[in-house]
Design a protein around this ligand. Structure first.
Ligand SMILES: [Zn+2]
Length: 96
């Protein structure tokens, strides 16, 4: 996975600013596109890029509106986010 740098984007869940994205399916840095999913590296919330690369959280309504491919990718990303969250708890037990 390579990291692409971009203008800082604000996480709508924790307000942290992120200025880089990694793509799981490429060895080359790829900038995110509207509709792509990401995980906040600070709060491990699964987010989605919208127009202008604005980040939003994903509601139950959003999940219901996903096609099969989108839902499969979302579920895969969600498992990674859960793993990341567990890893953060294990790696920093004194802070949690
Ligand atoms: Zn966050």
């Amino acid at each position: 996975m390579r990291v692409a740098r971009h203008d800082p984007l604000k996480c709508p869940q924790c307000s942290s600013k992120m200025d880089a994205s990694g793509c799981l399916s490429s060895d080359k840095p790829i900038s995110p596109s509207p509709g792509d999913f990401t995980i906040c590296s600070y709060c491990q919330t699964v987010l989605r890029y919208g127009e202008g690369l604005r980040l939003s959280t994903i509601s139950d309504q959003d999940i219901k509106g996903m096609n099969d491919e989108e839902r499969a990718i979302f579920e895969y990303i969600n498992v990674i986010a859960i793993y990341d969250h567990i890893h953060v708890i294990i790696a920093k037990p004194e802070e949690n």
